[in-house]
Design a binder for this molecule. Sequence first.
Ligand code: GFB
Length: 342
Amino acid sequence: MERDSLIFLAGHKGLVGSALLRQLKAKGYGNLIVRSHAELDLERQSEVESFFDKERPEYVFLAAAKVGGIWANNTYPAEFIYKNLAIQTNVIHAAWKTGIKRLAFLGSSCIYPRECPQPMNEEHLLSGTLEATNEPYAVAKIAGVKMCESYNRQYGANYVALMPTNLYGPNDNFDLETSHVLPALIRKFHEAKQGVSSQQSAVSGRTAHLSTLATDQPSQPVVIWGTGEPRREFLHVDDLADACIFIMNLDEEDFRPLVSAYRTPLINIGWGKDISIKELALIVKEVIGFEGEMTFDTTKPDGTPRKLLDINRINRVGWSAKISLREGIKLTYKWCLENSIF
Ligand code: GFB
């Protein structure tokens, strides 16, 4: 990408898209196209086609998606499959019709089978049964990967499918019901430290207005969903954004093999190490400085037992993550406080 290339960033307000926007701007890309949902509804095919026809971007980052944590995925399966299929189908097809140079489609490590050998490499796609709590979302994302593969194969397109591990950082969703585990734990430990009675809300999800300060009361234990035993790998979203721009900028010699015909153009993006949810909770507790207890609510699902990505493919082309988990949690908590998230 040249600094004046015309770049369409779909989903610029979300966790991933906002990180991409910050970094593209910081790296000097001045010709960025973004649209709010009100300006362009990506679920509407004709709107998307007219937009591409008029703007004719050269590069596309497809970060727009319906995302959420384990509870949201398990509760709104129809929305997760419909919205993701619609958005990605419309954008990928319209991008091809206008003849863009390169496209990066963002997915998630939940595309790999539930009982996948660890670490999960790109060849493990479609080698087993998916995790039930997020199967509709995963099926939609797998369809996106296969669209990229098919357009590369039939039309000689240059579309890559980037699969990040569990992400966190600024502009994440901090709602206790629909969020992922890391933002939820940051909020829970922060509120427990403040003595805010939000622990019940961790179950009901109605957190926003429960801000009764109870500092003279003994602190309530922080409730962690599930057994605490599942293992996850976490990547700061600024590392992910850096990786996406790095891949999009690979020279032809390194990029071509990734998108060659008859090869799934998948690239895992991760940190390289995983930890248990219990270990994660202990780090968040320490960073936030909460000194009370934590308990485990085993009526909540654990989901996939372990998700650790094999990151050899991206390491081989010269990229690796830089922000450690502890540092990333500190940065995210600082961002929350500065932006009055709670
Ligand atoms: O982050 P999370 O919702 O998503 O949950 P997944 C990870 C683990 O943390 C699960 C546990 O074992 C949860 O039970 N957990 C503990 C909590 N406390 C909490 C809490 O307060 N909130 C949440 N949300 N979890 C999602 C998928 O899977 O992650 C998506 O459903 C997607 O498809 C995404 O792939 C990255 O890692 O289980």
